[in-house]
Design a protein around this ligand. Structure first.
Ligand SMILES: *Cc1c(COP(=O)(O)O)cnc(C)c1O
Length: 247
């Protein structure tokens, strides 16, 4: 009995690891094709494996394939999995909505917080980073579809917010992040990505002191190629790599 269930687990793991490898190859091909179509250098788009709900065993397998950037959504899940992950040479970002009262726990545990959507949370990140003697990189999350249900900053507050964050010590704006509305048509989602690219270039060209606007994080499993075609240089892919999430 014991032996049988053990080997079933092993079979399941081997199969899923194999799937992850095949998926990763396919994704890299798709990214390369989109890069070529966009006319940017191969390898210029950074790939992030989104690891929410995925067990450390499979995350470590993905890391063994050469993936060097992962994203988690929830501080608690990140903290509980982190000790089991082989993170040498791997960058970890927080990509989920961050409440002010969780800032203390996450600052110093990730290199970048991609989901900063208020001056209030930025101030807390700045304060905690200062206390820990480190600088935390952040992306400003934009609610590009202006959806009530979504976090992210309204586009008309973006510039002012970037200026305010730039004034704070121990926090550095490195770019923008967005999750556009779910669109049935690729043309529609590309419009949102194009709007994001325009905002990104607008702020970049303003050369604001203490802002290094160089990362545009957009595109997930269903639309990362469209995002690259519109100028994304960091894509966040979960289910296309690891398989569908079962919550
Ligand atoms: C879950 C998640 C992703 C990845 O989603 P998939 O559709 O599984 O690729 C990317 N970004 C954020 C912010 C997420 O929460």
């Amino acid at each position: 009995m014991m032996e049988k269930s053990l080997s079933e687990l092993e079979q399941y793991r081997a199969q899923r690891c194999h799937d992850i490898e095949e998926n990763y190859k396919q994704i890299l091909d798709n990214i390369a094709r989109a890069e070529a179509a966009r006319g940017v250098d191969e390898g210029s788009v950074k790939f992030m494996a989104v690891t929410k709900t995925v067990e450390p065993y499979f995350i470590n397998h993905a890391l063994s394939l050469g993936i060097d950037l992962i994203g988690e959504n929830r501080v608690q899940e990140l903290m509980s999995k982190k000790p089991e992950l082989n993170l040498e040479g791997v960058d970890v970002h927080l990509i989920g909505h961050l409440q002010t009262n969780k800032v203390k726990q996450v600052v110093g545990e990730v290199s970048t917080i991609q989901s900063v959507d208020s001056v209030k949370v930025a101030k807390e990140i700045s304060k905690v980073s200062q206390a820990k003697g480190i600088t935390t990189n952040v992306l400003v999350e934009v609610n590009i579809g202006e959806e009530e249900s979504k976090s992210g900053l309204e586009t008309n507050l973006l510039l002012e917010t970037c200026h305010e964050i730039a004034e704070l010590p121990n926090i550095k704006v490195e770019g923008l992040m967005a999750i556009p509305p779910i669109c049935e048509e690729s043309a529609k989602v590309r419009e949102f990505f194009a709007q994001m690219y325009k905002l990104f270039i607008d702020i970049y060209s303003k050369n604001i002191d203490n802002i290094n606007m160089h990362i545009l994080s957009m595109g997930m499993s269903s639309d990362y190629e469209d995002a690259i075609l519109e100028g994304a240089n960091l894509v966040r892919v979960g289910s296309s790599l690891f398989g569908a999430r079962i919550y």
